[in-house]
Write a protein that binds this ligand. Sequence first.
Ligand SMILES: *Cc1c(COP(=O)(O)O)cnc(C)c1O
Length: 461
Amino acid sequence: MRYISTRGGIQPITFKDAVMMGLATDGGLLLPESYPRVTGELLESWRGLTYRQLAFEVISPFVGDIPSKTLKELIDRSYATFTHPEVTPVVKQDGIYILELFHGVTLAFKDVALQFLGNLFEHILQERGEHLNIVGATSGDTGSAAIHGVRGKKGITIFIMHPKGKTSAVQALQMTTVTDENVHNIAVHGTFDDCQDMVKALFNDLSFKETYALGAVNSINWARVLAQVVYYFWAWLRVTDSGPTPVSFSVPTGNFGDIFAGYVAKRMGLPVDKLLLATNENNILTRFINEGDYSLSGVVATVSPSMDIQVASNFERYLFHLYKEDPFKVRSAFAELREKGRISFSEDEMRRVRAEFCSASVNQDQTLETIVSFYRETGYLLDPHTAVGVCAARELLPDHVARICLATAHPAKFGEVVEKAIGSQSPVPPSIASLAGMPTRCDEMDADLNKLRDFITSRVG
Ligand SMILES: *Cc1c(COP(=O)(O)O)cnc(C)c1O
């Protein structure tokens, strides 16, 4: 399988090169030249597979330049760190299927992709005799999942900045209790935007970027999307184990990465009725689907902070397909966005969007109410991100369809919000309880690009 850019400016490259490139060098995003076709018969033959076996079947046609045996080992190692034997189990509560994606080390679905990406990076770097220095900024979830994905790995050093005192306590501890030599936590005196701006400035300094082999782990890496395609197949197989039924997915969405993986599964032939894109008050994608209005506005802070995003970086991948793989249309759409703050769509385009997706925006009161009512009815606790998806599913998806809601985080990870909703403390899993007494390592820094440069140059691998 070879990979091309949504902006059309690179020659096709292999899977391993796509993983190492991350963002395409022409500023676009990488996508496979075509999607492997999964027929109904092939899908049925996967019913008896374990999660890891299924992951190999789904992922391998996209790879091509890693021997099967090695790829199997990388997949096995990535999912051995999950505490549930089924990796991402499906549980039924009150007529809704909950796809639990939070059994990884940091209790959020990002582990599914970042455990795999960490192992892939290590494998490719060792093979090439290279070293990678990952630099990133986080408001909480991505940073901790990335740190756990690469801790102790050969050939990789990671620098993650977070705004000091502005993440949740659990999120900060999940990062700073990782004391491996190749992990550098930096608590910045400033906001998340300050951290983000420093990363952007550093990556824009091309000679620095090249000299120090800087890399990123944000959600634009194709391998992250690919790892997430697997659990759509897995969940579909589990809810149809007891007989055929139409299936829809509800996906709490920020950067459009997770739901794009669902779109890929559908394109490969997975029979999905609708992909429900659920947003909080940051609802540009809901306005796009329901009103054809893709126009920028400000970011609002909510109780589901991992979805507080204005410009969804993976949306470009979907646009490329909506524009029938025409990179010139992608470029002119982004030129329009830059100039006018919006992208406009034709009626035909919107018809095709609505054939695949539906969408609802759920506000914070509805989110808290959903946590409470679901808990009262079932005794099952939803985290605020998952609650957004469940609320949207109840509103939009008919109940003759099997409704699968993606549970993107464990409720204890956002314990303060859950506690506020139900009025009592949610049970704390051992992986969080044990963080309290552990040694930590973290440097503090002012939001100063020169200080960051010095810090990195004195510690690169
Ligand atoms: C990152 C994240 C999301 C949003 O996922 P995208 O792939 O960015 O759409 C939703 N919920 C949680 C808990 C997250 O960490």
